[in-house]
Design a protein around this ligand. Sequence first.
Ligand code: IFM
Length: 470
Amino acid sequence: MDTDLTRPSSVAGPDPIDTLPPTFRWGVATSSYQIEGAVASDGRTPSIWDTFCRVPGAVANGDNGDVACDHYHRMPQDVALIADLGLDTYRFSVAWPRVQPGGRWPAHVAGLAFYDRLVDELLGRDVEPWVTLYHWDLPQELEDAGGWPNRDTAYRFADYAELVFAALGDRVRTWTTLNEPWCSAMLGYAYGDHAPGRRNLGDGIAAAHHLLLGHGLATRRLREAASAPIELGLTLNLATADPATDSAADRDAARAADGLGNRLYLDPVLRGEYPQDVIADLAAEGVRIPVEDGDLDVIATPIDVLGVNFYFGQLHSGVDEQGRDRDDDGKPVRRVVRRDLPRTAMDWEIVPESFTDLLVRLHRDYPGTPMVITENGAAFDDEPDADGFVADDDRVGYLTEHLRAVARARAAGADVRGYFAWSLLDNFEWAYGYDKRFGIVRVDYDTQRRIPKRSALWYRDTVRRVRGRR
Ligand code: IFM
């Protein structure tokens, strides 16, 4: 396609995107369960998502990841897509039950062989592999043994991390231990929206702590095992939490949301402590973080890169619609206030300026750790034309404004070194099944045909332009 799609409209003066340096990393991200399919091939055993998808009503339309994008069988074609877009990095995750079925046993050669081929295919195409070790597909056997609320799972994770590193560490430079531990812990164990579907705040908080412990243990193991320089880190999903008004109740609601959603993960990893206000909020709910001696030192093992996933921000209020700041149980009111703003198909508010605020705040409050945007993107109700092409100007607009937001944060001093669009392909969007499409490449699920959307072409042209190749 010859048309240059990189002429965004609504910016006065030079486009901030053009200030991104030539060394900036450009990529796309995916995750194993969302795209691979082949859930029973070559010795893979079930993960908690295979099980959860069978629970009636848990996932929209009863969808599951059995086939997904069939990436397991179409990997070379998908790598070619990434290379053709001119991207330098591909962030993918390893399916734990594929490479260590059951989560305890020795490395499974047939499962590892897939990732071995993937890494070689990427390197052969000049695309750098960026491995995420855990993107939510816990082996079911480990859930049966208590899951993430069970401390032992952290040690199982460290063993698994070492086993994957032994197979791929000679070629993979960058490693993310966990993707979005908030989602694993809270959506999975406290709110029940994700696998394994438990609804218990205490379990959610125990899961969060053991995920972080697993992160720290794995980071140490990989650092010890590495014979060449590597980059280690974890990825957090961070959302801005602003008070709806300047009232004390609204400010407190925003503080609490920021605490439970952001600082509960940032502070232990980057400061070696849990935030006191969150500890107090949890204590009021009768919940204690199960910290043992030495845990925080392990969790705060230095990392090289913080992965930031950003999708939206929220306004919080501490009063209900009747103006009360306590609910019927006498607990403080915690409410998200809907703004009159454009939204994605996920019903998430589009607030790119909050992205800048977040990155500048991270730089201010947690200095010294380089950041990479490991996910950013949007689902929209794509409408393919007769050839399957999607002229997704809404997604182009979203990506444009969020890249500008990153560039503005950099101009304000935030050390952001790369940006990965979520996602390469339309895929299995967890509890929403295949209804929500985040891909810059359309997947026709009937034929498994891949059709780059306008956003993919825009991304390709933007990367090329910023790198100064044209
Ligand atoms: O699809 C997910 C991904 O698995 C984790 N981050 C958010 C994305 C969109 O919901």
